[in-house]
Design a protein around this ligand. Structure first.
Ligand code: ADP
Ligand SMILES: CSC[C@H]1O[C@H](OP(=O)(O)O)[C@H](O)[C@@H]1O
Length: 400
């Protein structure tokens, strides 16, 4: 078959493509809407008017949508996303949309329509709690990390996967936007002028720089497992009973603790946006995620480990401890970058009262810093919650 030529889809060409691919028979009454609300890609939802059944076609643009054509970006991210969804589906099909078709030249993934669910960030902002969210995310992370690591798969096969998921351009975005720019006076940063004193305190904090540099180095160098790479609450569809993880275009072989850290951070950002008496269900999710993750990971370790050293006393405990400490540090970086970096979160930006919003953002900066600096002394998820509780409103320019 000849290679397709890339062109950005429109609502009508997306419909034509779905029919050409045989997903809908010719003559089916179809509607199509571009529903992408993320930073990078186009997302088309095509629905059969007679049955109400739909599919989604996601297409990468040759640039970052949020900035425009001045920020060129590889189309390869689309095939990384399709392949990551397929790889995750081989371990946890219940937690990812089914991929029906992908085309690397067109940079498209055709997948299951998840419109019966809600993006978790939106639901959490509305006050929903999604009772099974942490159980599902804990299991998703434990299984995908374990089975794609040197502990859960043939170690030669793992090296093939490392190669398949080399993703330098998307990693560079994270290296810059999560680990670097927010900690320096960089043009990509974006924050309200009232926060300048607090932000400058971070920029001038040499100890914080040192600890963030260590975390960045881990992200740059540790190829533990196939990670999602952008597991925030906007990359999760949820309901009271179901959870689906989408958008793994940042997937690559990275450190074990990264996805857990990003998920923790986005829960903490949501908790910061809530009144105190409404925070408990979100904080519960942090404890439960770690509890389920460590339980499932430990069970897989005991039962399916391919590494001869697996039974060595203390090895599992050592790995779990490192994952936890790293996750706390990565969470700190994510909390800070979502507050003052290029890509914000609606949880904080959507607080309409200006004083409350600034207060929540100051707390976020204080919390992010504390998580990075004190990660070695936080021994359990309860310690994260205690750190959260200790970050109180701080006066301008004073980060304890
Ligand atoms: N499989 C799907 N089913 C229904 N809606 C989807 C699906 N995938 C994405 N979307 C919608 O498109 C939006 C953007 O998708 P996402 O994958 O996060 O794009 P981006 O990579 O640009 O961030 C999501 O917030 C969601 O509303
Ligand atoms: C210029 S990309 C900024 C930001 O966007 C990505 O998130 P998403 O595609 O889910 O909107 C990722 O978090 C990047 O750091």
């Amino acid at each position: 078959m000849s290679k397709s030529i890339y062109e950005p889809l429109t609502e009508s060409s997306a419909v034509a493509l779905a029919v050409r691919l045989g997903i809908f028979p010719e003559g089916t009454p179809l509607t199509c809407r571009e529903i992408g609300d993320g930073n990078l890609n186009l997302v088309f939802r095509i629905v059969d008017q007679r049955t109400g059944k739909g599919i989604v076609i996601k297409q990468a643009l040759p640039y970052a949508k949020v900035v425009g054509e001045s920020w060129p970006l590889t189309l390869k991210r689309a095939i990384i996303e399709s392949n990551a969804l397929r790889t995750f589906a081989s371990y946890v099909p219940q937690y990812v949309p089914t991929v029906y078709y992908s085309d690397e030249s067109l940079a498209i993934t055709v997948m299951e329509d998840l419109s019966h669910l809600q993006i978790a960030r939106k639901g959490l902002i509305e006050g929903k709690t999604f009772p099974l969210l942490s159980e599902h995310i804990g299991e998703f992370i434990a299984k995908t990390l374990f089975y794609t690591s040197d502990f859960g798969m043939n170690q030669q096969q793992k090296k093939q996967l490392v190669q398949q998921f080399v993703n330098p351009e998307l990693c560079k975005i994270t290296e810059d936007l999560v680990f670097t720019d927010p900690f320096f006076d960089h043009e990509t940063n974006n924050f309200e002028p009232e926060l300048r004193h607090d932000v400058e305190a971070l920029w001038n904090d040499e100890t914080l720089h040192l600890e963030t540099a260590k975390l960045k180095r881990k992200f740059l160098t540790e190829a533990d497992a196939l990670i999602h790479g952008d597991l925030h609450t906007g990359s999760i569809f949820a309901s009271d009973t179901e959870t689906k993880i989408i958008d793994p275009e940042f997937a690559f072989y990275g450190p074990f603790g990264f996805d857990i850290g990003q998920f923790f951070a986005n829960l903490l950002l949501n908790a910061l946006s809530r009144k105190e008496h409404e925070q408990a269900p979100i904080l519960y999710h942090i404890e439960k995620t770690w509890d389920v993750f460590s339980t499932v990971f430990s069970r897989l370790w005991e039962q399916h480990n391919v590494e001869p050293y697996a039974k060595t006393n203390g090895w599992l405990q050592d790995i779990l401890h490192t994952i936890f400490v790293d996750a706390v540090g990565f969470a700190g970086c994510e909390v800070i970058r979502r507050t003052i970096g290029l890509a914000h979160v609606a949880d904080l930006d959507g607080i309409s009262d200006k004083q409350r919003r600034l207060e929540a953002k100051r707390r976020a900066l204080q919390l992010g810093r504390a998580l990075i600096l004190h990660r070695y002394s936080l021994r359990s998820a309860q310690h994260i919650l205690a750190t959260f509780a200790q970050t109180s409103t701080v006066s301008e320019g004073h980060l304890a």
